[in-house]
Each structure stands twice: as C-alpha cells, then as structure tokens.
Design a protein around this ligand. Structure first.
Ligand code: MCA
Ligand code: AMP
Length: 500
C-alpha cells in the first residue's frame, strides 16, 4: 500500500460509507461518502490545473467542512498542504508565498481581491473556497466527476509544511512527512484509547498541529464523528458535552469553561477524555476542573516540528504540572548546552527523537542542521526536567517565545514591526501572565514625542493575536553589561499587569 496519509486514513474509514464523519454547528451531517466525493472532485480540479505530487497548496480559509475536504484532496493528489491562519495579513502572507512557492493558493471569497496581486506575483493559481468569488473552487469542482485515484507517496515524502515563527522574526516551514503524521496519529489513537462511538468536540482551528493533525487525523482514522465548531465558545461546547465523549483544547479553553456556570459534573458526565496542550496548563486549572467535573484533564506536550512527544497516561497517574511520559517509540532527554544528557530532575533543554520528528525546515538546510544533534535528536528549545519515573515537566523556554491562547508570538517579529513605526526608538516585547490567555503580548517602548495609537498602527502588518494587548512607554530599557535588553527584569516589573 502507498504510504500516503490519505490512503492510510481512508483505509480506516468505516466500510459503511454512509456513516457520519462530521456534524456541523448548523446540524448538517456529512458522511464519509460525502467527504470522499467532495475531496475527489477537488482532486479532479487540482489535476486539471496541473497540480502534481510535491506541489505546495497554500490554504488560508476559515474553518468549515469544505476546509476538511480540501485538506483531504491535497493529500489525495500527493501535494503538500500548507495551512495558514486566516488572521495573517497580506503583508505576513507575502513571506509564506515567497518561501513555499505554492502552485495554488486557496482563500475565502472575502480575501480574493486582497490576495490577487500576491498570487499573481508568485505565479500561483488563486481559488476561493465557497460558492462566491471569481475563482470559486467549489463551483468549478462541482461540475467535475469525483476522481478517486490516490497519488502514491513514500513515507518520507512531504505531506505538509507548517510555518512556525523563528527567532529571527521570519517564519520557517516545518516539513512533515506522511510517516511523521501517520505514526503520531496511530500512536495517540492507541494511547488515548479511541474506540468506535467516540464523538469529538472540535473547536480548535484547522491550521495548526493540534486541531489538524491531532484532533482531525485521529477522528478520521477512528471513523468519525466530529462535532465541528467554527471557533471555541464555552457555552456551546458545554451544551454539546451530552452528545460527545472527547474534547481537545488549549488551556484557555479550560479556563473559559471554568468561567461558565454551565460547567458542572452533570454537564461533563458523558465525556471520557479532556485533553489539554499547546501551552502550560496551570496546576490550579487542573485542580479546579477536577473539583467541578470530577474529571482529570490529560495534559500532553508537542511542537509543530515534532507533533506530540509526551503525554500523561489514559490509565494511571495524570500528574498536574507535568506533560507525562515520552510517547511509545519516542525518546526524550534533557541536555546541557552541548547535548550531554543530564541526570533525572535536573533542568536542561528537552531533546526529542522518533518517527514523529520532522524532516527539517523548508529551504533552510543550515538552520535545520543547527537544530539537530549528530545522533538525530531535535533540540526543542523548551526547558524541562525528567523525573526518575519518567514524568516530564516543561519548566520554561530557552527560546524567546510567547504563547498567547495557544498561539505562538515571536517577540522579534513584533519588535521589528514596532521599531519601524515613526517615533519609536526601540522596543522590547514580552509575555506577561494573563488570566484568560495564559500569557499576553506586552510591548515596552522608548519613543520620541507622543507615539499615538501604536497597536492600531500595527493592524495592517500583523495578525491580531500578535498585536500587544498593552504598549508601555518607559524612559529607557534595562540593559546588562553587554548592552542586551534584560527582558527578565521587564517581565518581573510588569508581572502583575493583568492580575485581578
Ligand atoms: C484571538 N485573539 C487573540 C488570540 N486569539 N489574542 C491573543 N491571543 C490569542 N490566542 C484576538 C483577535 O485578534 C481579536 O482581537 C480578539 O482576540 C477576538 O478574536 P476571536 O477570534 O473572537 O478570539 P477567540 O475566539 O476568543 O479566540 C481565542 C482562542 C483562540 C479560543 C484562545 O485563539 C484559539 O482557538 N486558540 C487555539 C490556537 C491553537 O490551535 N493552538 C495550537 C497550536 P481584535 O478584536 O483586537 O482584532 S499547535 C501547538 O501549539 C503545538 C503543536 C501543540 O502542542 O499543540
Ligand atoms: P508550536 O511552535 O506552535 O508548535 O508550539 C510548540 C510549543 O508549545 C512547545 O515548544 C512548547 O513551548 C509549547 N507547549 C506545547 N504543549 C505544551 C504543554 N503541555 N506545556 C507547556 N508547553 C507546551
């Protein structure tokens, strides 16, 4: 059998294709037959447009069933899926298109006009997902017979490129192979005890690892049924719990669920699994959730470059404040700066090796080489300890990264955008504890004159989630003897900014 992720997923679809794969918030039931039919028609259109295996297809669309069919179609024709957050501005998108050089860009009808020039510049076909728009993929695919051929792929071929920001401020494309994605989904499927009849509340976006490769792939291989919500809404999710068994979310989901009075033991009674990841879950949230629902959240740890690497157990101790044990087949170690393994309990940088670890960064062989040890371990940049019994705790980050509501923000990118604004002398962007988002983006700036509405001025350059929630003006940024800005001092000084 081909190692194509599409082929492997489809092989696990229920023989009875009339079974429901996805239910939408509007109550539409989409069967596996519908999904395959839809994906087949898009495949036919892509082939007619000259898409060949290995070509990149960039996708910047809102979440929908059509988005799922599109993802499957990209895999079916052997192309490389490049999902992009719809919040990215055309300015941000320019970099991804220049780097990935996609053959096709699919966007929402509303952004067609704004992206036409970019697509043309990159010689990419521009399609829109939805009935409207000049280049409606939906309308054009509708008239075509559904193509059921699946392009043969080897396990090492690239299935997807996911952009993940870099310390230089420019995003790097993490190349994930068919084997990477399949092995991780299969491991989690077994580890978390997925079984026929499981129903997942899907409230995560479809452009990141968590919502796409963990939640979606797992449920597709389980044979459905997904309750697909366009976005996270605490009360809606609580209302659906009576009909569901599993929820996957970022910590902000859990703090928002706890903020709703509707979250009770009864409401959550039919659920068998609550998974949290993408950012640290506070031990307090863990405890509060258990007190309220009687259920212990299962926290796991992952990264775009590696998929999931560690998880608390389904059966056995789910230890709050830890991300559990290395997944079966995955090796984790904590090392000093030179890659020497440290004894249990000592803090160092977490390194990972296994079938889940990506192929490297697209177009960046040197950057890729710098992030791997000679023995194949990938250096995560997360600070961790591993206890004698194997439980891993993420205790900090060696990389200058802010995780806000489960979304990554690289300070350097925001600082570069701020520094380009008139009146700004220099800036330091930090993450500050925030009760809803975990960490909030805060900018500390020095400026000449009155800088005005800085956040507003960033709107056409940066996606909304990267825009500082607060901009604080200071006389001077604290520096060490080397002249480096001491962000730790700024973090301490402003730690209470959002308290209460
Ligand atoms: C939206 N906004 C945010 C965020 N999301 N600001 C800061 N941080 C955020 N995460 C801003 C918008 O720009 C907008 O601002 C305003 O908040 C309202 O936007 P809206 O879309 O209504 O927000 P929301 O629905 O409240 O979304 C918050 C959210 C969402 C539910 C936490 O961000 C979310 O679903 N996050 C999950 C992300 C995720 O999937 N992470 C996994 C990455 P304005 O009005 O000013 O424009 S994968 C990963 O990390 C690894 C591999 C792993 O281990 O999983
Ligand atoms: P991303 O770059 O979007 O793939 O995000 C990956 C990063 O999210 C990791 O390197 C960690 O810093 C963080 N992360 C993911 N899961 C957890 C977790 N359970 N606890 C703490 N940090 C996490």
């Amino acid at each position: 059998m081909s190692a194509s992720l599409f082929a492997r997923l489809a092989e696990r679809f229920p023989a009875e294709r009339g079974r429901v794969a996805i239910e939408t918030a509007e109550g539409a039931a989409v069967t596996f037959a519908d999904l395959l039919e839809h994906a087949g028609r898009i495949t036919a259109l892509f082939k007619a447009s000259g898409v060949a295996p290995g070509d990149r297809i960039a996708v910047q669309v809102e979440k929908s069933v059509a988005n799922v069919a599109l993802y499957l179609a990209v895999l079916q024709c052997g192309a490389v899926h490049v999902p992009l957050n719809p919040a990215y501005t055309p300015a941000e998108l320019g970099h991804f298109l220049k780097d990935a050089r996609p053959k096709v860009l699919v966007c929402d009808p509303g952004s067609e006009a704004a992206l036409a020039a970019l697509a043309k510049q990159g010689s990419a076909w521009l399609f829109t997902l939805g009935a409207d728009g000049h280049g409606s993929l939906t309308a054009q695919a509708e008239g075509l017979p559904s193509d059921r051929a699946v392009a043969a792929r080897s396990g090492e071929d690239i299935a997807a490129i996911l952009y993940t920001s870099g310390t230089t401020g420019l995003s790097k494309g993490a190349m994930l192979s068919h084997d990477n994605l399949w092995s991780n989904a299969a491991t989690l499927h077994a580890l978390w005890g997925f079984r026929p009849g499981d129903v997942l509340i899907h409230a995560l976006p479809l452009y990141h690892t968590h919502g796409l490769f963990v939640a979606l792939n797992l449920m597709l291989m389980n044979g459905g049924r997904i309750l697909l919500l366009p976005r996270f809404d605490a009360d809606q999710v609580i209302g659906l719990m009576a009909r569901a068994t599993v929820l996957m979310g970022v910590p902000t989901f859990y703090t928002r669920l706890l903020a709703s009075e509707g979250l009770t033991r009864e409401a959550a009674g039919g659920m068998r699994l609550f998974v949290s990841g993408s950012a640290p879950l506070l031990a307090r949230t863990h405890a509060d959730f258990e007190a309220r629902t009687g259920q212990r959240i299962l926290e796991r740890y992952g990264m775009t470059e590696t998929g999931m690497s560690a998880s608390n157990p389904l059966h056995g101790e789910r230890r709050a404040g830890t991300v559990g044990l290395a997944l079966p087949g995955v090796a984790l170690r904590v090392c000093d700066g030179e890659g020497r393994a440290l004894p249990p309990g000592e803090v160092g940088v977490l390194e990972v090796r296994g079938p889940n670890v990506f192929l490297g960064y697209w177009n960046l062989p040197e950057k890729t080489a710098a992030e791997f040890r000679a023995d194949g371990y990938f250096i995560t940049g997360d600070l961790a300890t591993i206890a004698a019994d194997g439980y891993v705790s993420i205790v900090g980050r060696a990389k200058d990264l802010i995780i806000s509501g489960g979304l990554n923000v690289y300070p350097k990118e925001v600082e570069t955008a701020l520094d380009a604004l008139p009146g700004i002398v220099e800036s330091a962007v930090i993450g500050v504890p925030h009760p809803d988002l975990g960490e909030a983006v805060v900018a500390v700036v020095t400026a000449t004159g009155e800088p005005g509405d800085l956040a507003g001025a960033l709107r056409d350059r940066l996606a909304g989630f990267k825009i500082p929630k607060r901009v604080l003006r200071v006389e001077a940024l604290p520096r060490n003897a080397m002249g480096k800005v001491q962000k730790n001092l700024l973090r301490e000084r402003f730690a209470g900014l959002f308290a209460g």
